[in-house]
Design a protein around this ligand. Sequence first.
Ligand SMILES: [Zn+2]
Length: 1663
Amino acid sequence: MFEFTRSLSKGLPSSSPGEYLLRIVKETQVLFQSQNVSNVMISDYLRKSLRSFTGASWVEVFFVEESNLLLYKTLQTTKAIPVNEDSLPGYVALSKEPQTVNNASASSFYNSFKVQFHPYVVPAKEIVQASSVACVPITKDGQCRLVLLLFNKLDENSSLCYFSEGDLCMTEALGLWAINHYDIHTYCSDLKKKLNNVKEQVEESTKLMSLGVRAIHRRNSLEKCIKVIQSEFKLTKNSIQQISQVMLCEGVIFHLFIGEVLKPIIALGMDTYDSKVLTTKTAEYSLISSKQILNISELSTEPLWDQEMQMRMKSLLACPIFSPEKEPLGCIEYFRKSTSFSPVDETFASKISEILSSLPRDNFVSSIGDKNTSDRTVGTLFKELNSFAISSHELYDYPRIFAEIRRVINNFLIVDSCAVYFANQISNVFWTQQSENCDELTQPICKDTLFGYVFFKQARVTLPDNVPVSDLSSYDKIGMIQPIISNLTLQPVIGLISVFRPHKEFSQEEQEIIEKISGKVAGLLECLWIYRNEEMHLNTQQTEETQDASPEIRFRIANSRRPHTSIHFLPEEVSELLKSSVSPQIVRSNSIYSLTSVSPTKLGEIKNMLQEMKAKPESALNILSKRLRTLVPSQASKLFIMDPHEQHLIDIANSSLAKPSGLVNLCMQTKEIICIRSGTYQHPQFDKLIDSLGGDSKVQSFLAMPIIVQDRSLGVIAFANASINFGPEELAIAEFVSIIPKDYLSNTNDNIKDIRDAIQVGRRHKMLQQWCKQVFFVANSTLNKILLVKDIMHKLYEAKNFEKLIKSGLEMLCAVINTEQAAVTYEDAGEFIEYLYKKGKIIKKSHLEDQGLLAKSLESGRPVTLESMFGKENIIVIPFVEKKMPRLLIKAYNKRDDTLSYYCSFNKEDEQILNEFATAMSISFVAHDKGESPDSLRQFIKQYASNLNNHALISTIRTASQKLLDCDRATVFIIEGKEMVVKSQGLEKEIPVDFRIPIGKGIIGNVAQTGQTENIRDVYEDPRFDPAMDKKTGYRTSTMLCMPVLDTQGKVIAALQMINKKKGFFDESDEETLVIFCEIISSALQNCSMFMHNITERSRILNILNSIGNYILVFNSEGILDYSNKSIKPLFGITKKIAVKSHYSSWLRENRELVLDITSVMQNPTKRIQKKQQKISSASFKRTRTGPGMTKSLQQSQGSDMYFHYTVASVQTFNKSETVGVVLILEDASALAELSSKLEKMQLEVQSMKSSIYGETSLQKCIQKLGAISKALGDPDTKIHLEDVIKTLKQGNLNTADIMSQMPTVQGYSNKAISEYIGLDTSIHHETFRTEELPRRGSRIMVEVIETSILTDLRDIDLDPFIIEDHFPYIKAMFQDFDLLSQMEINSDSLMNFSKLVKEHYGVWDNPFHNFYHGFNVLHATYMLLSSTQAGTFFSANEIFALFIAAFCHDLEHPGRNNTFEINRGSHLALIYNDKSVLENHHSAVTFKILQNEKCNLIEKFNVDAKKSFRKLVVASILGTDMAKHVEEITTMSSRFKDIEETPLKNSDLEGLACILIHSADLSHPCKKYDQYQKWSKKVCDEFTLQFQEEISLGLPPTEIMKDLDRPEVYYASEFGFLKFVIRPLWDCLNLWLNPHINQYIENLNENIEKYQKLKEIHPKPS
Ligand SMILES: [Zn+2]
């Protein structure tokens, strides 16, 4: 047994598994490119690669197909075992969980399976016992597709070992990889098959098409030929030429029978014309011996033929000519070079011989007498044939031709039944087909029948005349049977027209009419006759060439086949013309064939138009609409399209709507072409409003063509007053153009039911997208909240300070009930003290603002709520009264709704939470007073933090789905154990919160149990429905759509119940929509719970890390332990107390090397020593290591030595001038590794959660897993290869996978810990701690924690840019808060570079006011306005991005002087910009110059249009900051905002709104709190003073308002005026739009005005 396994293991790559895997992946790609990817191939591939990669000695691959597990093997038949718990693979396929068994023979689990599989090796077929087993299901889209069974893993030494977690990952990854490729391949080969089918059809069509064209050509040639012969009245070379064209032959010899001898008289197209050379053998045989046509298909093997002639002809047809008295006259021989002659050719030849025989004898041959030919003049029958309405190119379409003929007949005759028959003379039947869907009807041509009688009589028969046939009784009494007579065929009757009616006999006139019609039809049927017979011949040749049957029999066989009614063919020139310009849909349409009757000029016009339309698909219909009038010359024309609601016709040319009426509407309704040639305006249905098409209302001629898509009319193309006539050409063009819109209206997908559905679906998707956005917004804010709360919890454990605990409690309270502020007030020694939590800070106050409210609450002992108090939105006060003594009050302010976007009222739930908080607080106060731990508060915070559920999320989901499906009610049931719970109420509160239904009960319970969707039209007919709730509420449930929400494993986690669709029933598209929605819900719900889990895990790991991961010991320059971050006793066996009394060398002596290293650094402070995996020992180490509080990882390593990474570095004073000691940092290597892997796992989860809302593809998962494996590998070479593998995989079809980005490492945390503890410069440690195993990357979780605090800062109007050290995180956070970086595909480095350059360009002039801080301030104000008011909802992400850039850059390179100064001075800038908005133009120009820098080209990824609109908006917004436009802007926008109720804001308001926003942001510093504003105001003042001074010194006209600003009375008056008359109107204007969300600004502004007014009054101007 081990022999085999050992030999297998030789296949294992010894060098690098990564390289090997890369090779496998590449091989697979080649493999899957082959023609047929079979299950056997997949199996072999997986067996081979899994054995190599995991070291399994045997692998079985089971395909799961229709509840069977199938084993595909090359040499054996496929084995199938059922999917059930009888076998391990079956068990795994059902549970979808991988299983490993380490010791199979001893495993009761493994041995409990009835069906066992054994590992064996093919050559010996020896059964080996299973030892280690791994069984892995491969699940894709919730379906288990493969089960991989791995046996007996071998290690490098070929010893048996166990399958690891990594093996399972690898197995799953490879399995997914294979199955994905298999699916793609299957899909592709399906497509290929379809493509081939289409190709075949096209080829066949082309063949038949050329036949059709040839048939028409031949018919016309024959007609012409007869005319030529008739007119010349003798046989000439010209006549022979015509004959050769009819016969489609390359050579002709005409032999004449003169004096009992046959002589060649005329020869054409032959190699020789010498009559002495030309043989007459075959002609003689035909004329004299057989007296029949001689058809030789292969001259080279024909004994009759004189082979010495050596002519390059392949086939011959010889046709004798006899006189009417059957005397031999001569013979014509026809020759072809490449094809043979068909039976049709034979009949043509006979016909020609017949015509020739009737020629006057003198002109033909002198011995033949002067005989008259036929009574009929040849050609008279064809006179008006061309004007017949059917296009002769539609020969394939018999039913249509027949229907057309019937239509013509019905136009002239009043009959009950009418039929057209085609006489198939070879099959001897009459044949017809009433419509395409009808069966064919045949009647034998037989003298005893009515039809046969007519056929042979060759004349019309009317009933009730006495006709001697037997079947007369089966016909109606009154009828007419008209033969269709052809002059071109041998047997003149080629068809019949039969008409019957019950009452009136047919008049003479009617008989003449039918005769005339039959004459017109004859030409058509002739073409049909030629075409059809040729088609038969072609088929016979193709399929029965080798059969030894006479031509006659073959022809009959061929003729008995069904004609091809569905094959279309296209005249070549039209096909060529359109191929380049039209989509396949048009080419496929029948109407294109009508184009063959259209002139080349018109075809050219159509072609040009189609090309233009194709080039501009978005305005294609417009182009079409405009071209109509020239295509069909007319006075007016229009293209109408029905709107999706079928309410209006849209006039495409000017997008106006019209009520459907008049002839246009009639055309739509009847789906019939309307063509009126004169007097249309008198038509009763004529509506001059619509039918005059915007032209003259006296419409004479009118043409309307319905636009039909899938049997529904979607619009009309109409023409009024034709310039010439609406003739066949015009009709053909109109018909053709009427099919074009179809292509541009509907999706190219043929399967879409029709255009309206497409539009409907589009609208739904848009709506869906919006809702998705909202769901995710709420989901994100919920997550942020959880994050915040968890952070509080984390702090809670550390917080020993009671005040901090109160802060945490209030912070949590705000998060839980969505309020901005919360406060606790208590009485302490007769004085009220309040702790107010606001914007991340806690403020202790003894002076209370709203005492009245507090007193009211205290008096009543009940909650008091107030709305709109003090300009705040809402407030609630909860008293806590104990033993009739008021103990404390809890206040909360400014509650927002679940989406955090609107203020709302406090509810009962909030009251309850506040009450509980008050209780907990009160108890804690008591405890605190007694010096005990305030546990009850801690308990409360803990409880609420962990209870914070996804209530808001579910509530949004519910509302969204309800609106989306347009139904009455929607309920989300969440599965909890064996029940389903309603977590959030609907608007009608129809179902109480916490209402529970057991899984399996009722319809919804059933859905949860089976995972199947239920769409019920009447629930009362469903026995599962429980009407109890309806009875209780009086509501009547009728329609219901229930759908399960599945998690990624396919487990039901929730169910949606939609009730009572407002219109009709829930349909398929509702189901489709809900499916998408369920996916989103699933991902959102799962993310939410996963996030919770991650947060907990994160703080746990951080705690562990801080507690055991690092020992930090600092020794002073004396070598005495100065600091340690934790007890060193567990490690060194010595307490700190003792350690500080002696030199390190004494108690570290066990670790000689470490002592030497510390000493070395002591002596040489620039040195830094770093060592890995160092053994650390202590004399008492082992004895003391197992104390309480030890972590698992430490305990595990008990008994062996402890290994640490350590770093020794010197500790220097802040300015690095002096060394004050040495720091020793020890890292527990094993704990670090373990933590590192845990963190990575977590991070992967967080990332997968962050991935696209539509979930991940299995390939992405596969890549993720490979990524994780790559991380776990130690060998850098392998890693590089594995990264290559991942890259290769990614190139497949992924573009968004950001799997490898930003992993957190333990390193990041340890650095943070170190910097927190001893304040070391962590940048040093970035270097010192860099290790191979732990590559340093940014930490995502950390970034998010920071962002939360930054976001809190950013929400403050009064954020002071001067106290921010590093502005970039704030800038980035503002962009990120709107998700702009990811949406605009901007990496954070570019933004950083951009910000740096912006800062540089602001710094050019070192202005007091117009500097970088002002730029940042305006950006922040813009961010605030967009994020906290409805302004943000108006702009798109691109536009918000443009506004941010405009705000940030609006004063770049500001010289600190105003425009007037620049102009007066005639500065360079003033010259460039011609004194117009000089500075603003410059700021804008600099902005775009910076954006050109490749290191910070933020708009690099924008497409041309996006760049254009970005630039437009930025330029407009910056130019809008010119104070010269101030008044104008306010006036315009104020009047616009006053109209806002009547005419809501729309796109055309974009620039106006952008300007007023940026301008207000630019002037927002007066809306900050007084002290902030004062600061800014002083700076402006300084800048102005500088300008004034410079004006004086340069001799420029001084700006008066800048004068004497250092004098208080001037300054205060000027500032007061500025605020009241410049700033106030601007913000009042903005307030018209954004009220009440900018109340804070207005309030501050008013306060500032008041303050300055007072100051102004204190400092009056000297009179
Ligand atoms: Zn500015």
